[in-house]
Design a binder for this molecule. Structure first.
Ligand code: SF4
Ligand code: SF4
Length: 154
């Protein structure tokens, strides 16, 4: 993906500068279009080619210990604002090893805290104890992140 370390460092620096100037307040919860703008065509093009080759392996389900996820949901509870490190992360079965290594490096560099986790855990517990429907839990997860993003902009 990068011809050498210098090119990679320069790319990381560019992304970092854009993040600081445009997205730092709402980071790491970016929309798809914000994520594409931040990482640029070159990396997005690579990410689009990576794909899970064996969903039956089940590791993605087993390994998820995340306040925004429940087995009762079909997907990430905050899908429209999926955190940057989750959008980047891919396992080694998803593509050529040298590409995954670069992507995993970027994931490490751009990983960050997960925002209002305590409130998310409450929503998750209510969903899993069936005090909230799936639809209501998804709505509350989304609102939680929208409030986080709006508060950060003030
Ligand atoms: S992305 Fe990787 S870890 Fe996840 S289910 Fe697919 S093969 Fe398994
Ligand atoms: S926030 Fe990330 S780890 Fe959690 S459910 Fe969404 S994609 Fe998965």
């Amino acid at each position: 993906m990068f011809t050498d370390q210098m090119e990679k460092d320069s790319y990381v620096q560019q992304v970092w500068e854009k993040l600081q100037s445009k997205y730092i307040q709402v980071y790491p919860f970016l929309t798809e279009s914000e994520f594409r703008d931040l990482f640029g065509y070159r990396v997005i093009k690579v990410l689009e080619k990576l794909t899970c080759r064996n969903e039956a392996c089940g590791r993605c389900d087993l390994d998820i210990d995340c306040p925004y996820y429940s087995r009762m949901l079909d997907r990430c509870g905050i899908d429209p604002y999926k955190p940057v490190h989750c959008r980047l992360w891919h396992c080694y079965d998803c593509g050529p090893e040298e590409i995954i290594e670069d992507i995993r490096d970027l994931t490490g560099i751009f990983s960050d805290q997960l925002g209002p986790e305590m409130q998310a855990i409450v929503i998750k517990e209510e969903l899993e104890s069936e005090r909230l429907s799936k639809e209501e839990a998804e709505k509350q997860f989304r609102q939680l992140i929208e409030e986080f993003r709006n508060d950060a902009k003030v």
